[in-house]
Design a protein around this ligand. Structure first.
Ligand code: PLP
Length: 385
């Protein structure tokens, strides 16, 4: 008898070690300031931590209800109604998930059948494409306009076919830091109106929108809300990316299908965290003040970058700042990021990592969700450019 592991054909041949892992490992190895991966290097509100401890001490440590605890779903319904004017029923239209990543794959598995087409707007967050592949769907890549990263509705219209099941949109947008306008949301609403296409609206950066603009949630647009899974994440909003708690809001018939997959996928999500988040959501201040908090960091970082030859792209939302590297280096994006990490001591992410074909437009992404001193240290090093 031999101990032999049977060979398997991979379901995801294109998936390997991601650039995020490579850059984070290299940053750690070289002592570079890690502005690559998107997570804060500062803590969350101590009151939120205390609320978790209290929830545990109060005995909230067993399975919660499958869709999430009622107080948290109620708090989310109230927030969405107040901010975006759409009243979701907490009972059958809001579900707590293990972060936005699980919400997105669950929505895709719930509605995409083999051969169904799903439109993604590139560059896009790296989980979308493997998620569609796992569902047996066909990925239809439509580029955002290079340079501005605005949606090109002629291209989106041309990509729609009778087999299109869904489109994934993401505003505020990772990696470009653009924010869709009301006019763009209305264009999408009109375009989809005669179709049965569903929308997965990834709104994890909903509370990081700058310069007085507002977040255009799909929930604000009745034609979109009626066909959308709206996804958000407490990780981004409350500086707790490691907690992996998020939610999805969707009309009851979509939520019913979503929950069928959810209950056999994760079933339930961390109980004490849900209690703490429900308690913490009683005050809107933390999420209402988040844009101002990050706009100040964006401006601090941008001011330093303007002293270099890097050309700043507009950061309208998210905690990312993209820069054009062409005046600084002849290297491609990925090689530039390796060089920047090793030689300058700052890690960034190439935008080509967010395209299936590795499209290289000489733009890299920095994350400014960092302590002021971390940003200052990075700027001191980047001043050589
Ligand atoms: C656009 C986008 N969607 C989803 C996620 C994942 O969110 P979560 O950590 O809640 O799974 C991220 C995290 O970086 C993101 O940038």
């Amino acid at each position: 008898m031999t101990a032999r592991t049977p060979q398997i054909d991979t379901k995801l041949p294109a998936v390997g070690t991601t650039i995020f892992t490579v850059m984070s490992a290299l940053a750690a190895e070289t002592g570079a300031v890690n502005l690559g991966q998107g997570f804060p290097d500062f803590g969350c509100d101590p009151q939120l931590l205390a609320a978790v401890t209290e929830a545990m001490a109060a005995g909230n440590n067993q399975y919660p209800p499958m869709p999430g605890i009622a107080p948290l779903r109620d708090a989310i319904a109230a927030k969405v109604s107040t901010l975006y004017g759409h009243a979701y029923r907490a009972a059958d239209e809001i579900t707590i998930t293990a972060g936005a990543t699980q919400a997105i794959i669950t929505a895709i598995l719930a509605v995409v059948r083999p051969g169904d087409e799903v439109i993604v707007l590139e560059p896009c967050y790296d989980s979308y494409v493997p998620n569609i592949d796992l569902a047996g769907g066909v990925v239809v890549r439509v580029p955002l306009t290079p340079g501005t990263f605005r949606p090109d509705f002629d291209k989106i219209a041309a990509a729609l076919t009778p087999r299109t099941r869904a489109i994934i949109v993401n505003s505020p947008h990772n990696p470009s830091a653009t924010v869709w306008t009301a006019a763009e949301m209305r264009r999408l609403e009109e375009l989809l109106d005669p179709t049965d296409v569903l929308v997965i609206s990834d709104e994890v950066y909903e509370h990081m929108v700058y310069d007085g603009a507002r977040h255009e949630s799909a929930a604000r647009y009745p034609g979109l809300a009626a066909r959308s899974f709206i996804v958000s994440s407490f990780g981004k909003t409350y500086h707790v990316t490691g907690w992996k708690v998020g939610y999805v809001a969707a009309p009851a018939p979509l939520t019913a299908e979503f929950r069928k997959v959810h209950q056999f996928n994760v079933f339930t999500v961390n109980t004490p965290m849900q209690h703490a988040l429900a308690h913490f959501m009683e005050s809107p201040a933390p999420y209402m003040e988040l844009s101002a908090f990050y706009q100040r960091k964006r401006d601090l970082f941008a001011e330093g970058l303007r002293k270099t030859r890097l050309k700043l792209l507009r950061s309208e939302g998210t905690y990312f700042q993209c820069v054009d590297i062409s005046a600084v280096s002849d290297l491609g994006e990925a090689d530039f990021c390796l060089w920047l990490t090793r030689e300058i001591g700052v890690a960034a992410i190439p935008l080509s990592a967010f395209y299936g074909g590795g499209f290289d437009q000489r733009v890299v992404r920095f994350c400014f969700a960092k302590k002021d001193e971390t940003l200052q240290l990075a700027l001191d090093r980047l001043a050589r450019l």
